[in-house]
Ligand binder design. Sequence first.
Ligand SMILES: *Cc1c(COP(=O)(O)O)cnc(C)c1O
Ligand code: SF4
Length: 339
Amino acid sequence: MTAALTSISAPAAWQRELAAAFTDPRALLAHLGLGEGELAGALAAAADFPMRAPRPYVARIVPGDPADPLLRQILPIAAELAPAPGFVADPLVEQTGARPGLLHKYRSRALVILRGGCAINCRYCFRRHFPYGEHALGPAEIEEIARYVAARPEINEVILSGGDPLLAKDAALASLVDALAAAPQLRRLRIHTRLPITIPSRITAGLVDLLARAPWPTVIVFHVNHPRELDDAVDAACRRLRAAGVTLLNQSVLLRGVNDDARVLAALSERLFDAGILPYYLHLLDRVAGAAHFEVDEGRARALMAELLAALPGFLVPKLVREVAGEPSKVPLDLRLTP
Ligand SMILES: *Cc1c(COP(=O)(O)O)cnc(C)c1O
Ligand code: SF4
């Protein structure tokens, strides 16, 4: 076989890691030395929303600890199936009236759902019931989106989201960038992704080159909830991105049993800074069915923010926000209010 043919047919390292992800709770529990006690709940909850956990992420979980904050984000548990009033399938009402592949909710930013699926299934995900399957945008839909953006001078930023947009191959990302280059008013391209954390090898030389050559500055918004999600491989991926001039930000979700502790949140901000990533948002949980056991109440969230403000420089304190259907932006919580 010629070298050219090999490069076409052989999956990249990140694609092999994607295929090798844990999807069977039984295999994951055995790998982590956890007992059968967790298994029945895990199997039942995984039938509702499948388990998916790539090995580079699983390698950061402490074996033998069922309460590990990284494990808690990915292991299905029986609590997901308990009915919880107010927790619904589509908390942000995104499933009604959505244009295929595009959400234009905020005036200046258009959000493109480039890929439906994710490399990891986070148990608290507000899109856990989103009916997009493994849907990927085809060339005709990409052209349609580019036309929509070009026709609206108020849109100055396109956000690639999902699902995880970096599950798309570089060629698909490149054709989207090319299509959007026809919109003269665009000032930024933003990518919301968890792949640099879950499978750091996704940050290939080819991808970095594509971002460096895009006609606008690019921003990557990571999704990290706990400092232990960062390791040497993530640091190296961040260095490659920063060398290409990409701005790195992070959003977290405030999650009970994961990061509802001021010391953990402060350590997260410090660890992000070490990797060259600035904290952006700390989201209150969207009230999606199956995630009620992760909720932290507003009073506790404000108290945690007060501790963070006292512990960190202002630029390492994320904005505490929630998403409210129908509002013109994410809604910051007023920290002066007492519960
Ligand atoms: C969160 C979000 C954005 C981006 O909002 P920023 O506050 O600019 O980060 C854009 N579109 C949709 C639909 C969103 O949910
Ligand atoms: S990476 Fe984001 S979109 Fe994907 S499952 Fe996790 S929270 Fe949901």
